[in-house]
Design a protein around this ligand. Structure first.
Ligand code: TRP
Length: 447
């Protein structure tokens, strides 16, 4: 186990900012609204909230509890649980698979983070009528992607190499309030536009017939696991930096609550914006009659809305993409912390060196993905977020449920007594939670 000089967040607020910073990312501001738009609106929101409560929160607790109990990175943590050598070896293997997955997620996430940075700069170029520059920034080419994902990865590496308190926590404390302020400002503006109320209705009045659609369950579970940064050891390592006195069940619930709240706010911002765009004559439905979602929504529909509002629109576009860049950055630092903590703790490397090694390997993977985008991007996303996050989530539930003794659990949870949590959660993560995740996962393979 790690030494007594391990870094720590300064307290509960610092942890909540950092963990919410990890959770709130492109998954909330891009993924959630576009999934909602693509899956019929309010029905998706309802299923999503139910799954956060039933599956994602318990899995989040599994990671936080293992991290706090073992006070180490995912490889060392899982490799030291259980009394049988085979179990320990299996744990170590699972930990390494988690590190690999976190690194691959960061490789594609940096690319997308780079798109956001490029789109944040575009309005400035458009303002001074540097049209070819503006077009270059918003056209997907390998060079633009490599340059901007390098910039994004560089920012991520700079923050992580400054350390847990001085880097991760400090920047989460600065960026999270800024993020929420920008979002509220944009939302207030969008709600004042004509046509917005159609989008609000679509979100707030779910169509009950949508609730029985099984593909909704699969999308919602994937979205919830991605949004809460589960399965790959992010929350585990953050949990290991939480001071021993802070109570876990409540802190975990706050993180899940903030993450879901911000996803809902993003939905309430973007879906009404789609219908405001329609009001201005912008096409929002594809030929098959479904709403434009995914990249089309973020990079075509919304920019078309902004550019029809003149110079105010340019400012709005800059704010919108700055918002996405900030959200992406507080998430990417949490992904990089996974391999960095492992290299630091297992191989006794300095933090700076660990960041340099992990950062350059991951950036090389980003370059490969940029060069072979059509072949690699979708594959890496599916492999890491649909398959690995679910499988790793199941194993983490099983490890925390079966290999952690009751007296340890009580100690790990914090000072307060959590009678309800203590009775339900251990049984729940042993049987119910892994089974439910497995059921939905297998279903997704067949579909
Ligand atoms: N949760 C973040 C988002 O919504 C992304 C993220 C950060 C993540 N760390 C992760 C996703 C670990 C999966 C695993 O954008």
């Amino acid at each position: 186990m790690a030494s007594a000089s391990r870094p720590q967040f300064s307290g509960r607020l610092g942890f909540v900012m950092a963990a919410a910073g990890s959770a709130v990312g492109l998954g909330n501001i891009w993924g959630f609204p576009t999934q909602t738009a693509g899956n019929g609106g309010g029905a998706f929101v309802v299923v999503y909230c139910v799954l956060v409560f039933l599956l994602a929160y318990p899995a989040l607790m599994a990671e936080l509890i293992i991290g706090r109990y073992r006070r180490a990175n995912i490889v060392t943590a899982l490799g030291g649980m259980g009394s049988h050598a085979l179990v320990r070896r299996f744990g170590k293997g699972v930990g390494l698979y988690g590190v690999l997955t976190a690194s691959l997620i960061l490789a594609f996430y940096s690319l997308v983070g780079g798109w956001m940075l490029a789109h944040t700069l575009q309005p400035a170029f458009a303002l001074i009528r540097a049209d070819s520059g503006a077009t270059w920034l918003t056209t997907q080419t390998p060079w633009r992607d490599i340059i901007f994902s390098g910039l994004f990865a560089g920012l991520t590496a700079a923050i992580v190499s400054a350390g847990v308190k001085q880097g991760i926590e400090r920047w989460a404390r600065r960026l999270m309030p800024l993020l929420i302020t920008l979002m509220l400002l944009l939302a207030l503006y969008v709600w004042s536009l004509e046509g917005a109320e159609t989008g609000l209705k679509m979100l707030l009045l779910p169509d009950p017939s949508g609730l029985t659609n099984p593909s909704l369950l699969i999308s919602a579970m994937g979205q919830a696991f991605f949004s809460l940064s589960l399965g790959v050891g992010t929350m585990l390592i953050y949990g290991s930096y939480l001071s021993p006195d802070d109570s876990l069940p409540a802190t975990g619930a706050i993180v899940a609550g903030v993450d879901t709240g911000i996803a809902l706010l993003a939905g309430l911002l973007i879906i009404p914006a789609i219908f405001a765009a329609q009001h201005l004559g912008i096409v929002i439905y594809g030929e098959d009659g479904t709403l434009h979602s995914g990249p089309k929504l973020i990079f075509n529909t919304l920019p078309a809305l902004f550019s029809s509002i003149g110079n105010t629109g340019l400012a709005l576009a800059a704010i919108f993409f700055a918002l996405l860049s900030i959200a992406a950055l507080t998430s990417s630092i949490s992904m990089l912390e996974v391999p960095v903590a492992y290299l630091e703790e297992s191989l006794s490397l300095s933090r700076k060196r660990a960041v340099a090694i992990a950062g350059s390997v991951i950036f090389s993977a980003s370059i490969l993905i940029a060069l072979y985008f059509d072949q690699l991007f979708g594959f890496v996303v599916t492999f890491t977020t649909q398959y690995n996050q679910a499988i790793l989530g199941i194993v983490l539930c099983l490890f925390s449920g079966w290999l952690l003794h009751r007296e340890h659990l009580l100690k790990v949870l914090g000072k307060k007594e959590y009678r309800l949590f203590n009775t339900i959660w251990p049984v729940y993560v042993r049987f119910v939670c892994p089974l439910l995740i497995a059921l939905i996962f297998v279903h997704s393979l067949r579909g």
